[in-house]
Design a protein around this ligand. Structure first.
Ligand code: SAH
Length: 456
């Protein structure tokens, strides 16, 4: 290890940045988060730097007194100038960083994950900035955004405990018990949880067995892992148990914590299914055993996912839960069609409807949906397609109205059938589309970037 990572206190200290262009701006994006007084030496500062100066976050000067500084950054756009500045700083005994000039660097600024006061710095000693960025984004996704606040809560509790428990070894053991270990726990580590665990541990000797379980209801999106939220990914890494549906893709599932228990609760349309009551029971029981449960549901859990029944079961059992929204099939499919779900001046509503409900084919507001410019995305609409077509035509829809059927939206095997209300059910049959698919009334395809399935 050639470079030692250290954290320098910059409160009430001056940092001088020589340069006012992109190189200086890049350094400033990190420096501006510190408490340092930032002095920029430049006669041509960029618009962004001027804006920071207007906000009072930096000072701009023609000539700065190096000897007043704790750190110097030589960040002009000229490598030769940067080396000269570095020499000047070194002559004064000041640590300097010359942009893109390893020979002019006494220190380097690492890639940072900032949850101040918690910071994680990542350095590769200049070998691979790309690797540093990849590590940063991985760590970013794992650490909750309020980790800094959690650290402040812990500090307050530490101060209290110090007064109550003089034995340092006992205090350390206590904190190991409260904070747990390993990445898995971070997702749940907010101030509320810390306070609760602290109190529990102070009054009873808690063991990991009577830790309260928790459920995360997580939107897995339509299949492409790129469509997961950062929060979803974080709790997926923390799962003890993953309860997942049929339409959750392999790629998404493989991003859950490897050591977790996986429980499949798929419902096959018209086939063998896990009953909703059974799903609720499994979810409640695993949480009651103290597990962090990730209930992974396809798309957005709040769209045709029977989520309300799961919430009711959790409420009844007194189990706390968080909902992590996901990308629903309609928005993913619209993105594939390269169309907006709502178009100004055309449709004032974009209906999300189901082709099926507990009584069979769903009766929708056909009068509204048959109107010109009406737009609707129908989930579970394949088997109901002929019925939907018949109802729309009966209510006066124009048979030439475009309809797109998007199958496996966002997945590698995505297909799009481009048809009309009049030809919908015949074209569906000849296309061989099996689903999962959404039937999008009033939507055509903007372009052929996606693979098209032509009706024969
Ligand atoms: N909660 C899910 C919907 C569950 S209902 C969501 O928000 O997307 C199941 C229906 O969703 C399927 O019958 C199909 O109509 C639709 N669906 C789910 N994933 C899909 C995908 N990748 N492409 C197209 N439709 C999909």
């Amino acid at each position: 290890m050639r470079y030692l990572p250290i954290h320098i206190d910059l409160q009430n200290k001056t940092v001088i940045i020589v340069g006012g262009g992109p190189a200086a701006e890049a350094k400033l994006r990190t420096l501006i988060k510190t408490d340092a007084r930032l002095v920029i030496m430049s006669d041509t500062p960029s618009a962004e730097i001027l804006r920071w100066a207007d906000e009072g976050r930096v000072e701009i000067t023609d000539e700065a007194a190096f000897e007043t500084a704790t750190l110097i950054y030589a960040a002009t756009e000229s490598p030769a100038d940067n080396l000269n500045i570095a020499e000047k700083a070194r002559a004064l005994g000041l640590p300097v960083n010359a942009a893109d000039q390893p020979a002019g660097c006494d220190f380097i600024t690492p890639a940072l994950v900032d949850r101040s006061p918690v910071t994680v710095s990542i350095g590769t000693e200049g070998t691979s900035p790309g690797l540093a960025r990849a590590l940063k984004s991985d760590i970013e996704s794992r650490l909750p955004s309020d980790l800094g606040q959690t650290a402040q809560t812990i500090k307050g509790l530490r101060d209290t405990l110090k007064l109550e428990e003089p034995d340092i070894a006992k205090r350390q053991a206590f904190w190991a018990q409260v904070l747990g270990s390993g990445l898995g726990d971070y997702a749940n580590l907010d101030s509320e949880v810390i306070n609760a665990r602290y109190n529990a541990a102070r009054h009873t000797a808690i063991t990991s067995d009577d830790r309260a379980g928790y459920v995360h209801i997580v939107g897995a999106g339509p299949g492409d892992p790129d469509l997961l939220t950062v929060g979803a990914l974080r709790v997926m890494h923390s799962a003890d148990v993953v309860i997942y549906d049929r339409l959750v893709s392999e790629e998404v599932l493989s991003l859950c914590r490897r050591e977790a228990d996986y429980i499949y609760v798929g419902k096959i349309p018209g086939g063998v299914s896990t009953r909703q009551e059974e799903i609720n029971r499994i979810m409640v029981e695993t949480a009651q055993n103290g597990a962090t449960v990730v209930r992974l549901k396809s798309g957005d859990p709040l769209v045709f996912g029977r989520a309300e029944e799961e919430f009711a079961a959790l409420d009844a059992a007194g189990i706390d839960f968080t909902i992590h929204p996901g990308i629903t099939a309609a928005t993913a499919a619209a993105a594939s069609l390269r169309h907006s779900l709502t178009v100004r001046g055309e449709n004032t509503a974009a209906t999300l409807a189901t082709g099926h409900d507990e009584n069979g084919f769903a009766e929708l507001d056909w009068t509204a949906l048959a109107k010109p410019n009406a737009r609707a995305t129908i989930y579970m609409g394949l088997r109901a397609a002929r019925f939907i077509q018949g109802r729309l035509l009966l209510h006066g829809a124009n048979s030439a109205t475009p309809v797109s059927v998007v199958e496996n939206a966002s997945r590698a095997n995505e297909t799009i059938l481009s048809t009309t209300i009049g030809a919908l059910s015949d074209d569906l049959i000849s296309s061989g589309i099996k689903g999962p698919a959404v039937v999008m009334i009033g939507y055509d395809v903007r372009s052929v970037r996606a693979k098209m399935k032509a009706a024969s």
